[in-house]
Design a protein around this ligand. Sequence first.
Ligand SMILES: [Zn+2]
Ligand SMILES: [Zn+2]
Length: 348
Amino acid sequence: MAGITYKCPSCGGYLNFDPDGGQWKCPFCHSVFQEDQLLAGEGKQAEEQSQAAPESDGAQVAYHCPSCGSQIVTDETTVATHCYYCHSPVVLEGRLTDDMRPDGVVPFAIDQKKAVTAFMDWVRGKRFVPRGFFSEQQVREMSGVYYPHFVTDCEAEGAIEGEGRQVSVAETPKYIITSTRHYHVRREGRFSFRGILRPALSSADRKLSDGIHPFPLEDAKPFAGAYLSGFVAERRDLDAASIRGDVEHEVESYVKPLLADDLHYDSYDVEATAKITDSATRYLLLPTWVLTYPNRRDPQHPYYYAMNGCTGRVCGKLPIDQKKLYLVGAGIAAAVFAAGCALSYFLF
Ligand SMILES: [Zn+2]
Ligand SMILES: [Zn+2]
């Protein structure tokens, strides 16, 4: 399989997408190219390079680097990476044909330098984190990954039905009278939902990817391979049908709070139902900065962190340094002991 390296029209070096300004930069001659300059020639670059590097012997996961010719092995879902040998960015356009071609891409808006700074700030705000984690060296290995997502916009009809109760208390000289009125409650509503996200990659960590939502979906560009240049990208291995039930569930979960929000009963019990009447699902690549931190106690389960490549929102579990925790614990014990001593001193 052939890969594509987007070449600098000035010097022939490789181009990286630069999130800071949304343009392409050549690290060799420092030329800068805008969307309209580069995307116009994209088809031509792809065509020339696929002729230069014909399909290999059908091995699904191997490709040739268009810059140095080395054969490199990737995961089956990888669509953009760096050549392991010469470090040029390579886009595997051949894996994005037909229905595997995304409808759009939300380009990175935060570059690696900013991502590293933001991440260090986040970590510094946390106590009990091992000192080694502060090494910028390690954090600099953060990689920018485009993950495939399904984005669903839909219209739904929902209803709630059940019983509402109103209680009133009246006092007479002899009795306290409590009366309860029972009401039959039914409410219907029509809803529009925009941008319900689901990962389109089976190996995606839902907790992590949900933790960095939302993405500015209004910034999505029509898909072009050149946006992936300089990053890692994965293509989908799920289809839209496989997430439909899950999206319906999510829609249902919104109907009850939306319709029952301003019911003025003292108490009520209602059941909600929802039906999606119209929906459209797009397949988008969304930008995430990812960092892996080795787990010394359990090397099979390293820690993962994710940062939204547009908003900088971070999600992940930080390793806790037991020693730091112990020292602070000991400090608290000492302080309590000292306070205890002071108290005894005053008492006796
Ligand atoms: Zn150049
Ligand atoms: Zn190479």
